[in-house]
Design a protein around this ligand. Sequence first.
Ligand code: NAD
Length: 505
Amino acid sequence: MNHPERSITPTNQADWQAMADQLTLESRAYVNGAYQWAVNGQTFPCISPVNGRELTQVASCDQADADLAVDAARKAFNSGVWSRLAPAKRKAILIRFAELIEDHGDELALLETLDMGKPIGHARSGDVPATARAIRWTAEAIDKVYGELATTAHDQIGMISREPMGVVAAIVPWNFPMIMASWKIAPALATGNSVILKPSEKSPLTAIRLAALAEEAGIPAGVFNVLPGYGHTVGKGLALHMDVDCLVFTGSTNVAKQLMIYAGQSNMKRVWLEAGGKSPNIIFADAPDLKKAAAEAASAIAFNQGEVCTAGSRLLVEDSIRAEFIGLIREALKTWRPGHPLDPATTCGAIVDQAQLDRIIEYIGIGQSEGATLVEGGQRVLEDTGGLFVQPTVFDGVNNGMRIASEEIFGPVLSVIGFTTAEEAITIANDSIYGLAAAVWTSNINTAHKVAKALRAGSVWINHYDGGDMTAPFGGFKQSGNGRDKSLHAFDKYTELKATWLVLE
Ligand code: NAD
């Protein structure tokens, strides 16, 4: 990489702010290799939760734009310009795409922070490299996956190959806009599909910017398109489209269910869903290091303002250490006080928008009226900044049947639930419509493995929270979704299996 024009990463809030003031924001859709406004000419406001100010007006795409993008994607797919390119060539272009993301890391991190409120330090050191890594890892794998030969009789040959699906629509949420997009577009593009990315209306800016970087990397026109807009307009248009072959989604369980209906109402497109969670984090009294467990339990609910699908929002603590552990968590949460998202020292940023803040505040009220004990936080703060901030909040004495324990809040609100035996912990942990992730902390190897096996969740962590990398599949049991992102398993979602059978004469 040799990019002399690249500036030095800002190290303080003033410098990030100065960079923000200089930014030119692209806010149009990207279709068939060009930026363009929505066909209907409409826009929607992009409001920063950092200070409540409008950043820009963004193209508000709808059905007409979906039709254009699907048409371009289909033509590109049929032309073979990408779908029939040798995997090694697709790999080289996608690796260049990852490099360009790294080269523009400051700008992309800043867009993410301004758009959805996460701390700039996390956006820069987490979201940007994770996005580039997802694309690079996937690209590097694509010329190393082989087809199969069936175990046939001597006079027959059965070849089992994978073919790209065709046109893939990817609908993603706002909590990790770039990372969630990369988990979809990397395997979709690597396997030769054409892609239409629909970012959340709450965080469209990085997706729009990625389109230019994809073009610069050499991804041909029509192969990668970005349609900003609302779920009920352009999202629905893509989900119901008769010429979209595969719909991949990360977002809420309610919308995920709706997408399955849309697929059934249209062309039975493949639908792969990563949805909500209410993940249990189980702390046994013999956890190897209670202080570390408390620090990670705090991070599990406060990182990214609790707007994390795998947030450890149900903390199951063995009763004998519950009081002590809550003390340790409250101490640990002191490092998670909300602050200005552009300050590199900030760990807990702004909530994505007013509706989400209202939802979190409402759930804090629900917890109190359900009889749980508020032991930490509970207040909106820093209101004078114009931004949307809430204190990390802890409820003790929670019963798993309470709404704060069963419904996904998607904010920094922790429910502490006591237990006395491993069996009881497992029962409570699995008593959820979700099954995305879970953690267990214990020094006893038998307890660790027995509990890990019994937990109905797509990811289980032992003596830490939120582990994993591109080598491990990610996704949920039950109403947390179907299919898996990341790892070689992700290719299953973007390819059809073909059996070609030959009988030798
Ligand atoms: P959401 O379901 O409201 O929106 C997700 C996306 O779907 C957005 O782009 C939205 O515009 C679109 N959409 C909404 N209605 C639609 C419709 N009728 N047709 C088509 N598209 C539609 O979710 P959100 O608020 O953006 O994100 C938060 C949710 O995402 C939480 O439930 C969280 O758990 C989940 N999430 C899951 C994972 C995971 O990997 N399992 C990761 C991150 C977030």
